[in-house]
Design a protein around this ligand. Structure first.
Ligand code: HEM
Length: 160
């Protein structure tokens, strides 16, 4: 993961826009995952707490356990934004996170939908501040995070 693949202007744009949405992070996290479940409803049954999965996206989105998952996701993005100058410091953690998601049954391809949904939530949250440059910067940061997480799938495939 090359932190310097983002220009200083892109990094600044990411920091500025993230600080705007993190004034009320959970609201945007809910928009993010609502969109994700609209686009890929088959992801809902992967969220099981105490062995029980939700019968609808609405039930899932209303559950405290699931809201905690949203908080966890937001904290990963927050860590990436805080570490823009040293993204490689997150490599081991993100690869492990990818491996955990593979074990849960998440397909790597679903992370593309997660990315699309993130951009949707940022657009809704930022309004006119969501410029094409902002979109491109976030898409690149997200791609870097997912690129490292994807190694968790490859490691399992090789039996490591
Ligand atoms: C396809 C979308 C996703 C699905 C279906 C999914 C599913 C899950 C499930 C079922 C768990 C275990 C239960 C829990 O902790 O709530 C989990 C844990 C977690 N997820 Fe996800 N997740 C998705 C996307 C993401 C993304 C995009 C991130 C961050 C970039 C993320 C970060 C985490 C973290 C930090 C944990 C806790 C891991 C631990 O306990 O060590 N998830 N995920």
């Amino acid at each position: 993961m090359e932190g310097d693949a983002l220009s200083d202007a892109e990094k600044q744009m990411i920091r500025d826009t993230w600080s705007q949405v993190t004034e009320d992070p959970l609201v945007h996290g809910i928009v993010w995952f609502t969109r994700l479940f609209d686009l890929e409803p088959d992801l809902v049954p992967l969220f099981k707490y105490n062995g029980v999965c939700y019968s609808s996206a609405q039930d899932c989105l209303a559950s405290p356990d699931f809201l905690d998952h949203i908080r966890k996701v937001l904290s990963v993005i927050d860590a990436a934004v805080t570490s823009l100058e040293s993204l490689s410091s997150l490599e081991e953690y993100l690869t492990g996170l990818g491996r955990k998601h593979k074990a849960i049954g998440v397909k790597m391809a679903s992370f593309n939908t997660v990315g699309e949904s993130l951009l949707y939530a940022l657009e809704k949250g930022l309004g006119e501040n969501f410029t094409p440059d902002t979109r491109a910067s976030w898409a690149r940061l997200y791609a870097m995070v997912v690129d490292v997480m994807s190694r968790g799938w490859q490691i399992d495939k090789n039996g490591d």
